[in-house]
Design a binder for this molecule. Structure first.
Ligand SMILES: Cc1cc2nc3c(=O)[nH]c(=O)nc-3n(C[C@H](O)[C@H](O)[C@H](O)COP(=O)(O)OP(=O)(O)OC[C@H]3O[C@@H](n4cnc5c(N)ncnc54)[C@H](O)[C@@H]3O)c2cc1C
Length: 442
């Protein structure tokens, strides 16, 4: 028994973590390190072998930035960045800088973010008052966005490389039992409101005193999160470039235009990635109610569909055109039709109404804790988020995140979600409808 702010917490003898992405893996690591859990057995289950090919945490790159409009995230990202620079997979971290621009209402986010990183007092910053300034710092032929700033102290990480590094470190600790299997439902005893583990699709069950649900964008398939969290599909396209183009661009900062959501990350291995940090596509899907014992009761929620479900899946034409237009504008030489994208991908955010993570015990079910709601910005926290999650498991919500990470008191219709003000581009797109508009060839 340890005591938290509110009540004593019984240390569980067994913990099951569902999901081996940023939230699940970092939780496993922090549990292994924490002496309070030295006698706890830890099991981590994922539906795919590692590295999960369609997991949100696995990709060529992720931006590592303290550039947030919200001071708590600026502070936490800055703490994470200190580790990226030194002891956390430093070979996978590159400090090229981040140029954030806008040309509309999103300038508000840019201005708040600038104020926050200025207050850190450690970032090398340059305010960009014109398109010429943007062009100069990005090293591109044309600007995207009209004003902004560059933070030369921001960077990016090879996401898959860092996740592999982290996972192999955890494996060496020999504390976590890794299982490949798809959870079909949580084991809920409705008479006692107790969750005692999970049922797998091959009819195995894994029982545990505490289940930590960290299934990313799939979490709403295992728990009713209507009005709280939903999956939104975001687009990525990859363009092969020559070695000399790679050499030139690899020293540029990342360019992120918050008004369109489009961004260009420095290339690696002769591959250039363009993506959109946008409102995304929803994918409404009707499934059996995950918390009901009546198999006929259904709910409709937005859930991921990926290239694992459909190997021919590619980004809808609308998205490919947006990426192509962005590239044609900033670097016309990349726009030639005989330079096709060789790969596209839809990657899934777990969006919440405010862009805050959801790190909390379930309000109704004992034995169930939820760690999700990455909202398109959790990767950078990989070195630190597990410790924060374990603090919350122990009942100690970090002061900075009180009012942000707890279970919301009520659900809010999705059309009323405010977000965090960082998203640009089209609103309200449904994946199925966009796919139906045309062949999405590469
Ligand atoms: C396109 C894109 C760009 C991004 N860019 C950035 C960025 O630049 N900087 C940044 O900081 N963040 C970025 N993010 C956000 C960041 O990558 C995510 O917030 C983070 O990776 C989410 O981690 P997760 O653990 O919630 O999800 P995931 O990594 O998806 O992990 C969830 C895991 O649960 C497993 N799972 C799901 N259902 C089941 C089941 N039923 N049974 C068993 N296992 C299951 C899945 O297989 C998966 O491995 C980006 C995200 C995307 C999609």
């Amino acid at each position: 028994m340890v005591s938290s702010e509110n009540s004593p917490i019984e240390i569980p003898a067994s913990i099951l973590i569902i999901g081996s992405g940023v939230f699940g893996l970092s939780t496993a690591y922090s549990l292994c390190k924490n002496p309070l859990f030295k006698n706890t057995s830890i099991t981590l289950v994922d539906r795919q072998p590692f590295p999960v090919p369609d997991g949100s945490s696995i990709d060529t790159s992720r931006i590592i930035r303290p550039d947030y409009a919200s001071p708590p995230y600026t502070r936490l990202a800055s703490a994470a960045q200190a580790l990226w620079r030194t002891s956390f997979a430093p070979q996978h971290y590159h400090e090229n800088g981040l140029c954030i621009t806008a040309s509309g209402p999103e300038q508000k986010y840019v201005t708040s973010s600038l104020t926050n990183v200025q207050s850190l007092g450690t970032c090398k910053l340059e305010v960009l008052n014109s398109e010429d300034d943007i062009k100069r710092v990005t090293g591109l032929e044309n600007a995207s966005g009209s004003t902004g700033y560059v933070n030369w102290s921001s960077g990016w990480a090879d996401a898959e490389g860092a996740m592999r590094w982290f996972r192999s470190g955890i494996e060496k600790l020999n504390r976590v039992r890794f299982i490949t299997g798809t959870v079909t439902k949580l084991l809920i005893d409705h008479s006692t409101s107790l969750v005692s583990g999970a049922q797998l699709s091959d009819s195995r069950t894994i029982t545990a005193d505490l289940t930590i649900l960290a299934a990313g964008a799939w979490t709403p398939s295992l728990l009713d999160l209507r009005g709280i969290a939903k999956a939104t599909g975001q687009i990525l396209v990859y363009l092969p470039i020559t070695r000399s183009e790679n050499h030139k661009l690899s020293r540029n900062p990342t360019l992120l235009n918050l008004s369109t959501g489009l961004f260009l990350i420095p290339p690696s291995q002769n591959l250039l990635k363009v993506a959109r940090h946008g409102h995304g596509y929803t994918n409404p899907t009707t499934i059996p109610h995950p918390e009901s014992s009546d198999p006929n009761e259904t709910i409709t929620v937005s859930l991921p569909t990926t290239h694992i479900d459909d190997p021919s899946q590619s980004v809808p034409l609308e998205g490919q055109k947006a990426c192509r237009a962005f590239l044609s504008h900033i670097q016309p030489s990349f726009s030639s039709p005989n330079r096709p994208f060789t790969k596209t991908r839809i990657c899934w955010y777990t969006d919440t109404r405010t862009g805050d993570f959801l790190i909390s015990y379930h309000p109704k079910y004992r034995g169930l804790f939820v760690a999700t709601g990455g909202s398109g910005h959790a990767f950078k926290f990989l070195p630190v988020i597990g410790d924060k999650i374990v603090d919350c498991v122990l009942g100690n919500m970090p002061e900075d995140f009180k009012g942000k990470w707890e279970w919301p008191e009520n659900s809010v219709p999705e059309e009323e979600w405010e977000g965090d003000g960082s998203r640009g581009g089209p609103v309200g797109m449904v994946l199925r409808e966009e796919m139906a508009k045309g062949e999405s060839k590469l």
